[in-house]
Design a protein around this ligand. Structure first.
Ligand code: ADP
Ligand code: MG
Length: 697
């Protein structure tokens, strides 16, 4: 057995009870799990300070000295223990608010200790509350320079665990490691890239001598993590290409041509033409298309999807498009029906609310092939939805739809359908390489002609008259207005605006106007009816929550007001803004926020006012928030469970990892070279915890 697979209970200082606690709270079950529990920071303990050197802005300091006396002060919750501590020249107070008896017993008077913590000024003296205290010799003997800090969940803290506990356990574990740990990367790779061995890297990520060594250790571990992700994705992609053939769509037939020549109300933009060509090339190749279509909101992706679906029909196949919400699915249905008019193409809608006889009829139509295009939500991937001959699946705006879920679609036909994923949320390259690393990419980088860039302004809450005047003016020009709120109804906890009060308020300001309202707590039917009133122009204002975020298309709407804009992330603001600027008129986006804003938030709103470029916004967003927060990357338990690497910051390493993985696959396509033996074995080991790609057939 591998030493690192040893049950954690056998580590000196652990035992069955702690093993249970570590397992439950930190998922540490084995030696390896403990070693992989990395510290979140290190503190430089190579320098001792004198008390007279302290200043209030210092983060953490350590001071060597002795406790001269104990004192207790304060009543009730302010009751505290004070140690008068001296470095031989000046005094400082050490303060504890709990664990008082334990602390008093633990430390002796007039004994050398090293005290560690954040100094604070109180009147004329400094104090440190709840300091770490070590016997002076132990620290000096161990020669420690950088002390690791581990995060400890509340439950374990209550049981007496601290960062120190983990530090001691990890250090005890390293003492047991007598020989180098099995490598997880071949030596010729680590050597060529100048990287540490695994053993060295693991040791130094916990107990480095200095920051530079720590950085090198981190680099090796990040690389390893990203390398295996890339290797997995690329191997999977190649395997898929070899194993599966794709439908060949080599006919441009009557359906496509009739639509293109007689129904299409405008000419395609150059970018639309180009991406259609790219897709056609895939679809005549005899291999399955797996393509990501990126294009900013309003760039005309839906139309591209429709054209490609018509190609599928011309080649004897059915097509299906999946939207993230019912509203959007319904809108796609309307759009397609509107475009296709009297053409003999049967389009049906399948969502969770389509039930009973209606549903049965559609299901039959799919099986006998009479339904040509199915529009729907997730409901369409359920196993009881069976197609006669599905040739193309379009996935619209669904970031949660990862590699494995896409793979599920393949079962829908003996020859797997072509897959087109569309997104308006521009995905920064490094993230795309990971999240959509198995897809080819097409980009629509051009908006239909005549669009004027949306003007975005930021208003503070207290300047509403100007805002209302602007709304009134636009409506008197015949346009429509969206107003978006963060909440559905009043909340006791959150001081934020809500849709329901918003509607009442706006109705008072504009007694003569008609207002629609949609939010996530309404029944689909009501939501629909309200939405329809706005689309048809019966209502001039639509108040809504972010349910309208993606895809809703009302070209006559020219104003987007976002209340409590400070509460929304950049990507979301950009999506919301994309609801306007879809017609030929000048459109506006007004971000309304409170006055007190953090620096980051102010910057965020400023970026929105400065640019309409979705890619710029996505990059900024990634920097602000980190990829963990980005929609769709929280697929825990899958390849995005990164321990070490950060997709926002480690773009270069992602690229390096991808290059190296490509090189290995090119040199060793059958996965049989002895020098790579270790790599394939490791990949299999890691695979145990991941999606089983191979079982998908
Ligand atoms: P996306 O899905 O990329 O956000 P849509 O496909 O909804 O964008 O298109 C936005 C609007 O632009 C729709 O009203 C659509 O009919 C229109 N449109 C699409 N392509 C063109 C084009 N080439 N010329 C003019 N208008 C277009
Ligand atoms: Mg769209």
């Amino acid at each position: 057995m591998n030493f690192l697979d040893t049950d954690i209970k056998y580590l000196p200082g652990v035992g069955p009870q702690r093993a249970k606690q570590l397992g439950e709270e930190l998922a540490i079950h084995t030696f390896e799990d403990l070693i992989n529990y990395y510290p979140f920071r290190h503190i430089d303990r190579s320098r001792l300070f004198y008390i007279h050197e302290l200043s209030p802005d210092m983060p953490f300091v350590q001071i060597k000295g002795q406790i001269l006396s104990w004192e207790e002060a304060g009543e009730g919750r302010k009751h505290r223990l004070i140690a008068n501590f001296t470095d031989g020249h000046a005094f400082i107070q050490l303060v504890w608010f709990n664990g008082i008896n334990w602390v008093r017993k633990q430390y002796k008077l007039r004994t050398d200790y090293i005290v560690f913590g954040k100094p604070q000024v109180f009147g004329d003296h400094y104090s440190i509350s709840h300091p770490d205290i070590d016997p002076a010799e132990s620290l000096i003997l161990s020669g420690m320079k950088m002390q690791p800090y581990y995060s400890i969940p509340e439950k374990l803290r209550k049981r007496g665990y601290s960062s120190r506990t983990i530090e001691h356990l990890t250090s005890a574990l390293f003492k047991q490691i007598k020989a180098p740990l099995p490598e997880t990367l071949p030596q010729q790779l680590t050597q060529r890239l100048g990287m540490m061995s695994r053993t060295e890297a693991l040791l130094n990520v916990h107990f480095p001598q200095n920051a530079e060594v720590h950085a090198r250790a981190t680099y090796r571990l990040k690389f390893e993590e990203l390398f295996y992700i890339q290797l997995n994705i690329l191997r999977f992609t190649r395997q898929r290409q070899q194993q599966y053939s794709g439908h060949v769509f080599n006919r441009v037939g009557e359906t496509f041509l009739t639509f293109y020549n007689h129904h299409l109300p405008f000419s395609l933009t150059g970018a639309q033409q180009r991406v259609i060509k790219e897709m056609r090339a895939d679809m005549v190749s005899g291999r399955q298309m797996n393509r990501l279509l990126q294009g900013d909101v309003g760039s005309g992706k839906t139309l591209v999807a429709l054209l490609v679906m018509l190609l599928a029909i011309d080649n004897g196949c059915q097509a299906c498009i999946m939207a993230p919400t019912e509203i959007l699915a319904e809108q796609h249905l309307d759009t397609f029906k509107g475009f296709l008019k009297d053409m003999p193409v049967r389009v049906e809608l399948l969502t969770g609310t389509v039930k009973g006889k209606r549903r049965q009829k559609i299901l039959y139509g799919l099986q006998d092939g009479s339904v040509n295009i199915l529009v729907g939500t997730h409901a369409v991937i359920e196993d009881n939805v069976v197609f006669k001959n599905l040739g193309l699946v379009v996935i619209d705006e669904q970031h949660r739809f990862g590699v494995a879920q896409r793979a599920r679609l393949w079962r829908k036909n003996t020859t797997p359908p072509h897959v087109l994923v569309m997104t308006a949320t521009p995905i920064p390259r490094t993230l795309a390489m990971t999240l959509y690393g198995d897809l080819d990419v097409s980009v629509i980088d051009q908006l239909p002609p005549g669009r004027k860039p949306i003007q975005t302004v930021h208003h503070y809450d207290d300047r509403r008259e100007t805002l209302y005047r602007g709304i009134r003016q636009q409506i008197s020009l015949g346009r429509q207005v969206y107003v978006v709120y963060p909440l559905v109804k009043e909340s006791e906890k959150l001081d934020l605006k809500n849709v329901q009060d918003g509607r009442d308020h706006l109705q008072q300001i504009f007694p003569d106007l008609r207002i629609s309202m949609v939010h996530g707590q309404m029944k689909a039917k009501e939501k629909d009816a309200e939405m329809q009133r706005f689309i048809s122009g019966e209502t001039q204002i639509l108040v809504a929550t972010t349910v309208i975020e993606v895809g809703v298309n009302v070209p006559n709407a020219s104003v987007m007001v976002i209340e409590n804009a400070e509460r929304f992330g950049l990507a979301q603001l950009h999506q919301l803004r994309g609801r306007v600027g879809r017609g030929a008129e000048q459109s506006y986006c007004i971000l309304v926020s409170k006055y007190e804003l953090s620096k980051d938030t102010r910057r965020r709103l400023q970026i929105m006012c400065e640019t309409n470029d979705g890619f710029e916004i996505a990059e900024a967003d990634l920097q602000f928030r980190g990829p963990g927060d980005l929609e769709g990357t929280q697929q825990s338990g899958t390849i995005f469970d990164l321990r070490m690497a950060n997709l926002a910051k480690d773009g270069q390493i992602v690229q390096l990892a991808r290059d190296e993985a490509t090189r290995i696959l090119d040199a060793d396509p059958t996965q049989s070279l002895p020098e790579n033996h270790l790599i394939w074995q490791r990949l299999r080991e890691l695979g145990k915890h991941e999606i089983d790609w191979s079982s998908i057939s």
